[in-house]
Design a protein around this ligand. Structure first.
Ligand SMILES: [Zn+2]
Length: 488
């Protein structure tokens, strides 16, 4: 049902097959509320929507919508012929308590009205609840997911896709075990994160998503439920989330809020419109202030524009750089990216080995998986005799070459590498600023020390400028028996 075409970090361009056609991911599903339509569903494709999501529970509880959906199908009811996912009413369950609808009833209804992706009535557990409650909710969510499978004819080629929702609140081990126990589903939504999005707790969201990703099969499509703000797309896709839903375009518009990939503006505070979408180039600030529909329309343009930017960066292998740029928009996003970097070992397993030139943009660049992968590879070098490690380029060392058995170049944030690698990715194809942070030098020295430790029988001369001499790690290097440090 899901094929992967391109990869970068854990992000991918994929193709999801549904009964109403193929959807290219990553993508966003605009949320359509049948009772309150700000942008006509038939216009959604113009913005770039390939799939939309509507709420089966909202349709089910309204007699006339229910009867029409049963008679003509949900696509005809909404006015959208392309893929369509239905939600089960879990969110309403979370907001209002008991719905008076059973899982079996709402799943069967979704199947009967012809939904392309059917969601069981999972229990959305809020963050920070007791472990006992989180565990009980996971068990019930798993039971309902299994029940949903029995209500769909799995052998039918035209059958809807079935979602297995991952819950577990803020307990990463429960998220892991829930993801592990869900198997044989077509798509895996991660639920219960909206309250964390509302308080910008991106660090915790990163921990939850990474826990889930560790346990799902690598080729499983993942839906991050409720993450509709474009400023978060780059990081969320980098973590391996493929599908998003946006109620934000409409909810924000109703509040007079104008979405951009760098954050949100109150339209009443804008003197100028920073965007060049068809709305912003043909309307005034005042017109956006006065019409929720027009503002919602801009919000959709801004949302899909950002997703196209994310997709392009996957194809060219520059998703990390995009994350660094986007996550500068808010300190909480920056915290999220730093937390994501802590999973470098896991990311490294799936990340492609060569890509777009390595741009060092900030000290977070030093935390990239490429740096870790490089250090691992280099520490396996087998060196003997006299070794020179120098910060200067090799051409200056022709005369010295004869005195040493090996000459290595030291470059932040990577460490030391043999001349032969100076054209290869990432070291040879990296753009590093002259005025780089000390933290990047420290990481390079740390990697040099690993290399020296792995080659105790060789004698090392480390040659560098004054700046390196002042680093904390230099003191440790000085204490090593087989090292001489020379000032350049
Ligand atoms: Zn615009």
């Amino acid at each position: 049902m899901f094929e992967v075409l391109h990869k970068d970090l854990l992000g991918r361009i994929g193709r999801l097959h549904t009964p109403h056609g193929v959807v290219e991911t990553p993508t966003i599903m605009p949320v359509i509320n049948p009772n309150l339509i700000l942008v006509k569903p038939c216009d959604m494709a113009e913005y770039g929507a390939e799939i939309i999501i509507t709420n089966a529970y909202v349709i089910y509880r309204n007699q006339s919508l229910r009867e029409e959906a049963l008679r003509r199908g949900v696509h005809a009811l909404i006015g959208w012929e392309k893929p369509l996912m239905t939600d089960s009413g879990s969110y309403q369950l979370y907001e209002y308590g008991d719905l008076g609808v059973r899982n079996r009833e709402i799943v069967e209804f979704q199947v009967r009205i012809g939904s392309d992706i059917v969601v069981p009535l999972d229990i959305p557990t809020p963050p920070f609840v007791s472990r006992r409650k989180a565990l009980r909710d996971v068990e019930e969510t798993l039971r309902r997911a299994e029940e949903a499978k029995t209500l769909v004819n799995l052998r039918d080629e035209e059958r809807p896709l079935i979602a297995g929702v991952v819950q577990g609140s803020t307990y990463t081990d429960l998220r892991e075990s829930c993801a592990e126990r869900l198997s044989g589903f077509d798509i895996y939504p991660i639920g219960g994160i909206v309250p964390l999005l509302e308080i910008y707790d991106f660090r915790r969201i990163v921990d939850i998503v990474m826990a889930v990703k560790r346990k799902l099969p690598p080729n499983a499509p993942v839906h991050l439920f409720g993450a509709g703000h474009p400023m978060f797309f780059a990081l969320a896709v980098a973590m391996g989330c493929d599908i998003f839903d946006s109620a934000a375009y409409a909810l924000y518009a109703r509040d007079g809020r104008y979405l951009t990939n760098e954050g949100t503006y109150h339209v009443k505070n804008l003197n100028y419109l920073p965007c060049s979408c068809p709305i912003c180039t043909s309307h005034s600030v005042r017109e956006l202030m006065e019409s929720v529909e027009i503002l919602a329309s801009h919000n959709l343009y801004a949302t899909f524009e950002e997703m196209r930017t994310v997709k392009q960066s996957i194809v060219e292998g520059s998703l990390w750089e995009l994350c660094e740029r986007r996550c500068r928009a808010h300190p909480a996003l920056l915290d999220g990216l730093k937390r994501f970097a802590k999973y470098a070992d896991f990311i490294e397993k799936y990340d492609s080995a060569t890509k777009h030139p390595f741009f060092y943009l900030s000290e977070i660049s030093a935390m990239r998986p490429e740096v870790r992968r490089f250090a691992k590879k280099i520490s396996r070098l087998n060196l003997r005799g006299n070794v020179l490690i120098t910060t200067s380029m090799l051409s200056e060392h022709e005369a010295e070459k004869r005195r040493y058995d090996h000459i290595l170049i030291m470059k932040p944030p990577f460490g030391a590498f043999p001349e032969e690698l100076s054209e290869t990715y990432p070291v040879g194809q990296s753009e590093i600023p002259e005025d780089i942070e000390d933290s990047a030098l420290e990481i390079a020295l740390e990697n040099v020390m690993k290399l020296i430790n792995a080659n105790k029988n060789a004698k090392f001369t480390v040659e560098c400028e004054e700046r390196w001499m002042k680093l904390k790690k230099m003191e440790d290097l000085r204490e090593m028996e087989n090292v001489v440090i020379v000032h350049r």
